[in-house]
Design a protein around this ligand. Structure first.
Ligand code: FES
Length: 99
């Protein structure tokens, strides 16, 4: 299990291995855009993983290709719908787009 802190709300939620960051964020009552409902085609669920990057699944080629098409991407960038919790360490994420 990991504790996931979601900014800007500051809400925290416990998460088990394999849970997507998008479902955690939505479950913690934090608004986030997710226009393609998790198909890695829209890029609107772009977030920053500020702490605990080793506690999150590795980038897939599909996710990496979509991130390459988004403005404002950094080394902390992930698609919330593609990144899953590994349960090895606590994680802090920042939501960048709200709806
Ligand atoms: S919801 Fe569209 S890329 Fe994540």
């Amino acid at each position: 299990m990991s504790t996931v802190t979601i900014l800007p709300s500051g809400n925290q939620i416990e998460a088990g291995e394999g849970t997507s960051l998008l479902s955690l964020i939505l479950g913690a009552d934090q608004k986030i855009q997710h226009n393609c409902d998790g198909k890695a085609t829209c890029g609107t669920c772009h977030i920053f993983v500020l702490e605990g990057r080793k506690g999150v699944s590795k980038l897939t080629r599909e996710e990496n290709e979509k991130l390459d098409s988004i403005v404002g991407v950094s080394s902390k960038s992930r698609l919330a719908c593609q990144a899953t919790i590994l349960g090895t360490e606590d994680v802090t994420v920042e939501v960048l787009s709200f709806r």
